[in-house]
Ligand binder design. Structure first.
Ligand SMILES: [Zn+2]
Length: 178
């Protein structure tokens, strides 16, 4: 737990990115999915306000919420858990900013990755498939396991992400699932 600091534009609250640049968290708005960085790269931006359905369908979100126990301050499996897993896998490539004490932004948590939003999307889908495999392997239902495994054989992360991003390119954080 870091001590709260005064938010402001004096640079004290700036977030250092994996590429070495810094960004003022107040410059990130909720509709932002990517940050065009002075380093020349585009970095994926996620806030806790973004629903997990930014990355995969609500039906899958519902399954994860049912099967994954969370023992933290968040009531059910959501974007903070997803990003927690990403952070574990890529500790050097993702930075997190806690804005809980900062009323000037609309989010509580902000993550910025070294890679772009599309790569992040692929990573998240891959991690979710792993979570599902883990959850399914504990199931007592051989038929369910077999069915899941055969579905996964045909599942292509890159194709899925491509399609999902085409069909579900959210315009704003208020965009609701169809
Ligand atoms: Zn950068």
């Amino acid at each position: 737990m870091t001590p709260p600091r005064d938010p402001g534009s004096d640079g004290s609250d700036d977030l250092e990115l994996p590429c070495g640049e810094t960004v003022d968290p107040h410059a990130i708005d909720l509709g932002m999915r990517e940050y065009r960085c002075p380093c020349g790269d585009v970095h994926a931006v996620v806030t806790d306000v973004h629903p997990p359905s930014r990355f995969f369908p609500e039906s899958l979100v519902a399954i994860l919420q049912e099967t994954i126990d969370t023992d933290d301050e968040f009531e059910e499996f959501g974007t903070p858990h997803l990003m927690g897993v990403v952070l574990e896998e890529f500790p050097e490539e993702v930075v997190v900013h806690d804005a809980a004490d900062d009323g000037a932004v609309g989010y509580t948590l902000l993550w910025i990755a070294d890679f772009d939003a599309r790569r992040l999307h692929e990573i998240i889908v891959e991690l979710v498939v792993e979570l599902m495999e883990h959850a399914i392997s504990h199931a007592d239902d051989d038929a369910a396991i077999t069915e899941f495994e055969s579905q996964m054989l045909e599942f292509d992360v890159s194709t899925f992400v491509e399609q999902y991003r085409r069909e579900r390119e959210f315009e704003s954080e208020y965009d609701q699932p169809i």
